[in-house]
Design a protein around this ligand. Structure first.
Ligand code: ADP
Length: 285
């Protein structure tokens, strides 16, 4: 196993490339971790995404809300991790901070070992455009663009040359080869979410964040989307962190982190969807 010191040096010295992907399983540290250690997954490699004692307070004084109260986690490259928890437990806040869309009040989030708070505006734009991909509950596709144009949009926005072969591969991967000319209004919900996943993959992001990706889909389409996410991990070594209310995520996730009142209170793996449902129900009662 690579030493922790070496892995930290790698994280600090240079942004690691996707080729360094290892696909091993990381741990959520139940114990306090040092800032350096939090960047390292359990296997000693630089984590794809991690958090070290992240807090987020909205507002001030008596009306202040502590949405996150000290969250530390580490997701290894090639891992699919689901974050679940009751409404208001801080899931969206956590996702936004990890993705550089919001700032932690204290603590730090890291993408590929790089502190997100240390990025300037240019660095943040690059992070959002190239390093992270997003999938949302309501797809957020541009209605006037075809499926293919929506998929290729991030490359256009980043001013990159469009690699036709890669666009074709991604469209095939998400199962839309025969729908590429269709506009979103001409596609089912499941197909629209496939377009959104293609759009998220097209920049070969270090990590794909999904916020309730099955929340607006029927049961069958939801299951297919979960399977598609899993196959992105299997085929591309894609790292995925998803927030979800869907207990069946246990069929595709390596681990499930349960968030309650701004803290990770449990980690589940190798559990049935019934056990996931019970764990969430117990917190909601
Ligand atoms: P979840 O995604 O688990 O439903 P959120 O992260 O959306 O939880 O919210 C966590 C807590 O932070 C909730 O109490 C919510 O009301 C509060 N909160 C979220 N966003 C804001 C905001 N912009 N201003 C004030 N409070 C907020």
């Amino acid at each position: 196993m690579q030493s922790v010191a070496l892995a930290v040096a790698e994280a600090v010295a240079a942004e690691p490339s996707r080729d360094a992907a290892d696909g091993h399983v990381a741990a959520v540290s139940a114990e306090p971790v040092t800032a350096a250690r939090s960047r390292v997954a359990a296997d000693g490699h630089v984590a794809a995404v991690s958090a070290d004692g992240v807090t987020r307070r909205y507002g001030e004084g008596e009306t202040a809300v502590d949405a996150l109260r000290g969250v530390s986690l580490s997701v290894a490259r090639g891992e699919l991790v689901a974050v679940m928890g009751p409404s208001g437990s801080g899931k969206s806040t956590l996702l936004h901070i990890l993705a550089g869309l919001d700032k932690a009040t204290s603590g730090e989030a890291y993408i590929g070992g790089r502190a997100v708070s240390g990025l300037d505006d240019e660095g943040l734009t690059s992070l959002r455009r190239r390093k992270v991909g997003f999938v949302f509950q309501f797809f957020n596709l541009l209605p006037m663009l075809s499926a293919e144009q929506n998929v290729a949009l991030p490359l256009k926005l980043a001013g990159e040359e469009i690699d036709r072969g890669w666009v074709d591969e991604v469209i095939g991967k998400v199962g839309l080869s025969d729908r590429r000319e269709h506009r979103p209004a001409e596609l089912s919900g499941g197909q629209q979410q496939r377009v959104a996943i293609g759009r998220a993959l097209i920049t070969r992001p270090s990590i794909l964040f999904a916020d309730e990706p099955t929340g607006n889909l029927d049961s069958k389409a939801g299951r297919e989307i979960l399977e598609l996410l899993r196959s992105c991990v299997a085929e591309y070594g894609q790292t995925i962190l998803t927030v979800t209310h869907e207990p069946r995520v246990c069929t595709v996730a390596d681990r499930i982190l349960i968030l309650a009142d701004g803290l990770i209170v449990r980690e589940l793996d190798h559990v049935s969807s019934g056990e996931v449902r019970s764990a969430i129900d117990a917190l909601e009662r």
